[in-house]
Design a binder for this molecule. Structure first.
Ligand code: SAM
Length: 209
């Protein structure tokens, strides 16, 4: 992640008020979490889905939330304390270098966060590394049909605004298979315009063999 993009992302999410909706999907039901499982939420923001996941996996299970913005982790940790959720922990860090052991989680979820990272292959390799064999992910993310022009993809403000970092559907699908995932399934897709560019918000799953 470039320093300029990281600065713009952390600035944006530190300034976000605590009630605005940051989500682009709502994908947790597709994960079909079971009691006792360990789950990881990448770019967890205020931890809404991490806390929901913690409740679904129950006291024998565990939920990690990871986010690059310290303010988001502070808010998410405060919510866990308020809601007395004892099987969730929130970590400050980047999803390109996840601070968890290999083969340590059953399921990964991420909602509208991976688009912020330039190197999607690095992120999906990290997801592959931490997942147990047979483990799965369900992700909502932003992509495009056509490549965005360089003045948009190189603009840290556009990257922080959840659209400048979008790559094409074709590039995205290549990143998933390069990282080693199979059984890619698309659940839903929504198209909309952002600054005159057609964006696709897609929710999909995949599995580590
Ligand atoms: C649009 S918000 C989504 C938050 C949450 N998933 C939700 O749906 O409410 C994107 C989040 O991704 C985080 N983020 C951006 N780049 C990241 C990175 N490289 N590693 C971890 N988190 C990142 C941001 O700090 C922000 O909290």
């Amino acid at each position: 992640m470039s320093m300029f993009n990281k600065f713009a992302i952390v600035k944006r999410y530190t300034e976000e008020d605590e009630t605005s909706n940051l989500s682009c999907g709502g994908n947790i039901s597709y994960l079909a979490l079971k009691p006792g499982e360990t789950v990881l939420d990448l770019g967890c923001g205020r931890g809404t889905e991490t806390l929901e996941a913690a409740k679904l996996v129950g006291p024998r299970g565990w939920a990690w939330g990871l986010d690059v913005t310290p303010k988001m982790i502070e808010v998410a940790s405060g919510r866990a304390e308020e809601e007395k959720v004892e099987n969730a922990r929130f970590l400050v860090g980047s999803m390109e270098a996840i601070s968890l052991e290999d083969v340590s989680v059953d399921a990964v979820l991420s909602n509208c966060a991976i688009n912020h990272v330039e190197d999607k292959v690095a992120v999906y390799r990290e997801i592959f590394r931490v997942l147990k064999p047979g483990g799965r992910f369900v992700i909502s993310d932003i992509m495009t049909d056509e490549s965005l022009p360089e003045h948009i993809s190189n603009d840290p403000e556009a990257v922080a605004a959840c659209f400048g970092g979008a790559i094409t559907v074709e590039e995205y699908e290549q990143a998933l298979t390069k990282a080693g995932f199979f059984r890619i399934t698309v659940y839903k897709e929504r198209r909309y315009y952002k600054n005159g560019y057609e964006m696709i918000s897609r929710t999909f799953s995949g599995q580590r063999p």
